[in-house]
Design a protein around this ligand. Structure first.
Ligand code: PEP
Length: 253
């Protein structure tokens, strides 16, 4: 049985006061989670330390939204794996499509970041996903294959066991347009097969593969019941405690 992980990507929302309010509301709404369901909140860097303090002893874990591929040095504006870990975080989202689109992140860079995250003891949530143009051109399988192989290249099996993969079709992120449960299942199955080819089926069956793209309280249950969908990466709907809590209630294993 795989662990179901529901992660909330706060993106560039919530200052410190808003962070406190949302976390207190989340803790009140969700004092505990079922066995094998985990939830991760991923606020902006500026809120990580505060969130780490507030989440101690709660049902939630903490994650960052990005990370440098370097250990330390003259890299203005960057944040290292060690710094993230020190806030109490245990997860980090890597290769989100907004990082790829607006900051030029490539599969190679995401792969380098994933290796650094793993070396620091963080669980990377590694994102892959095709654009609408790629889906309409019929090259989705090639795109997902190239991305998955690229971001996982050279990661040894014992580290792979600590990775989460998120399938996030770019056309479904922040658009209100969700992949159908069948579309999600098809790609999740493909990703699991690619992991099995690189490692083996026993390991592939243990890897949590999240779906992300306009997951809301009213569509979460249907997507999460698909065989190979093991959680969700939630953007817009994680910014309010009631909608994120409703998605968590839909997560059953
Ligand atoms: C995301 O930011 O990863 C995401 C899936 O956003 P949304 O849920 O708003 O589509």
């Amino acid at each position: 049985m795989r662990t179901m992980i529901i992660a909330g990507n706060w993106k560039m929302y919530k200052d410190l006061t808003e962070t406190r309010d949302l976390i207190l509301a989340l803790k009140a709404a969700t004092p505990s989670l079922p066995d094998r369901v985990q939830s991760v909140v991923c606020p902006p860097f500026t809120s990580l330390a505060l969130a780490g303090e507030l989440l101690k002893g709660s049902a939630f874990q903490l994650g960052a939204q990005n990370m440098s591929q370097h250990d330390e040095g003259a890299y203005t504006g960057e944040v290292s794996a060690k710094m993230i870990k020190a806030t109490g975080a245990s997860f980090v989202i890597l290769g989100h499509s907004e990082r790829r689109q607006y900051h030029g992140e490539t599969n190679e860079l995401v792969n380098a970041k994933a290796k650094k995250a793993l070396a620091a003891g963080l669980h990377p949530i590694i994102c892959v996903g095709e654009t609408l143009d790629e889906r309409e051109k019929g090259v989705m399988v090639q795109v997902i294959t190239t991305q998955t192989k690229g971001v996982l290249a050279g990661i040894p099996a014992h580290d792979m066991a600590n990775c989460v993969v998120a399938y996030e079709p770019v056309w479904a992120i922040g658009t209100g347009r969700t992949a159908t449960p069948q579309q999600a299942q098809e790609v999740h199955q493909l990703i699991r097969k690619l992991i099995a080819q690189q490692y083996d089926w026993a390991l592939a069956e243990r890897i949590t593969i999240q779906y992300g793209g306009s997951v809301k309280p009213d569509n979460a249950a249907e997507i999460l019941t698909q065989n190979d969908v093991d959680g969700a990466l939630v953007g817009g709907a994680c910014l309010k405690a009631d909608s994120f809590s409703a998605i968590l209630k839909a997560a059953k294993v």
